[in-house]
Ligand binder design. Structure first.
Ligand SMILES: [Fe+2]
Ligand SMILES: [Fe+2]
Length: 240
């Protein structure tokens, strides 16, 4: 796909000066996107969910999750600031406008959307810009905890009332198409740039296909209903 790929390692924003501006631009796009989406997600999903949590134990777990999501924003925003990349006016993904109205929604979001973040981090933990690699490694176990929290919420809901299965499936079918958009357009100039500079290893389509695989695994484990893949992505899967 890309003929030449940067294989070096860059240890700091200062060291970046020795490289073409395109590399700095590529890193900036990634860190700005994470800075704004981590903040928006923390404000929209996580902070309100502390109130929605039905027991002290879940309030405690959601509080920890919320603290970590704000922490992720701080780490990525710090990287953006070091690169002098403005992030405050950048719009978050529409995924993060998804209205959380109840505890079921929150459980489905944590169990599935945070998988998408882990798939992104799978590439960033090996990226060529070491400050970004470090943040990816530091946030990785916390995102795993968030997915586990979502699963724990759903396990409890499904045990308490089998009728909750219908509600979980309904949220999943609304959320899934939005979550697929998280990975960006199939033929993306930005993605080519990220791969060229060794920031990401995979195409958007490959990451989306991996996401579908992991959601399907989750759906089967919990005997849920796998939502349809939107037509715009159905063809992409056979290309990937
Ligand atoms: Fe996060
Ligand atoms: Fe998370």
């Amino acid at each position: 796909m890309v003929a030449e790929q940067f294989e070096g390692e860059v240890r700091s924003a200062q060291e970046l000066e020795a490289h073409p501006p395109e590399y700095r631009t590529a890193i900036s796009k990634i860190v700005v996107s994470h800075a704004v989406n981590e903040l928006k997600g923390a404000l929209t999903f996580d902070e309100p969910a502390i109130r929605l949590a039905p027991t002290p134990k879940f309030k405690w777990l959601v509080s920890r999750n919320t603290m970590e999501e704000f922490g992720h924003h701080i780490l990525f925003a710090r990287l953006a600031d070091e690169l002098h990349a403005p992030w405050k006016d950048k719009k978050p993904l529409t995924l993060f406008d998804f209205p959380v109205v109840d505890w079921v929604d929150f459980g489905v979001i944590k169990a599935t959307v945070d998988i998408a973040e882990l798939i992104e981090l799978d590439d960033l933990v090996r990226c060529t810009y070491l400050p970004l690699r470090k943040v990816a490694k530091d946030t990785y176990p916390e995102e795993k905890f968030h997915v586990g929290l979502g699963r724990e919420i759903l396990t409890t809901l499904l045990e308490e009332d089998p009728g909750n299965r219908t509600r979980v499936n309904a949220t999943l079918s609304r959320l899934f198409p939005e979550a697929l958009d998280f990975f960006g357009a199939p033929h993306s100039k930005n993605n080519e740039l990220f791969v060229r500079w060794g920031l990401k290893r995979r195409s958007n389509s490959d990451m989306r296909a991996e996401y579908v695989r992991q959601v399907r695994e989750f759906v089967e484990k919990y005997s849920l209903t796998m939502p349809d893949i939107p037509a715009k992505y159905a063809a992409e899967r056979s290309e990937a």
